[in-house]
Design a protein around this ligand. Structure first.
Ligand code: IMP
Ligand code: MG
Length: 185
């Protein structure tokens, strides 16, 4: 696999800025849900680094659960339209305060279909926390109650976001130079 240095066009959000913003979001959520029960639902796999850091900055007791939806396959960079649940939650969310934790809202189709599904399970409240938002790409209007950063319409990677499943581990969000990036197949 190609080292990221070869196709990194620019660091869009550096580690320090990410950590500072995630801390603020954690503090805001802690204040908003004080004395209430809270369940964070992480959408696999991109939401994992964000969930882990966010959760450490949430000072109130809370639970976490995970679900996976497939809309983008490996090698595909466009949403296929509707998301299919490939791994469902373990927990019953009925009457719970739920926050969905996502890496990025792009077309919005993934979050829209997850919200639609989860609403049918009758949570007490259901909110969205996204690290990144690409508003220019929106096809489905979705609410983002907690947002890290709004970004331009560029393909990004790192801090959970993958390039053909690689580079999710990087501590920053970088822009891909698609002329220099060589997919492995
Ligand atoms: P949406 O359904 O178009 O909103 O797609 C959201 C999903 O697409 C995210 O959870 C990401 O996994 C993926 N995605 C969208 N934009 C990017 C990007 O710039 N880099 C990496 N993954 C992305
Ligand atoms: Mg992805």
């Amino acid at each position: 696999m190609q080292p990221y240095q070869e196709f990194l066009a620019e660091i869009l959000i550096d580690e320090k800025s990410l950590q500072a913003r995630v801390k603020e979001l954690g503090q805001q959520i802690s204040a908003d849900y004080q004395n209430q029960d809270l369940l964070l639902i992480c959408i696999l796999r991109g939401g994992v680094p964000f969930l882990v850091d966010l959760s450490r900055h949430i000072s109130i007791p809370h639970m976490m659960d995970f679900m996976a939806v497939s809309s983008y396959g490996v090698g595909k960079r466009e949403s296929s339209g509707s998301a299919r649940v490939s791994l469902d939650l373990q927990m019953d969310i009925r009457d719970k305060n739920v926050i969905l934790v996502e890496d990025i809202v792009d077309s919005g189709l993934t979050i829209a279909s997850v919200l639609q599904l989860l609403e049918t399970r009758q949570p007490k409240t259901l909110k969205v926390c996204a690290l990144l938002d690409k508003p220019e790409r929106r096809e489905s209007e979705v609410p983002i109650h907690y947002l890290g950063f709004s970004i331009p319409n560029k393909f990004v990677f790192g801090y959970g976001l993958d390039l053909d499943e690689y580079h999710r581990n990087l501590p920053f969000v970088g822009v891909v130079d698609l002329d220099k990036y060589k997919p492995s197949e």
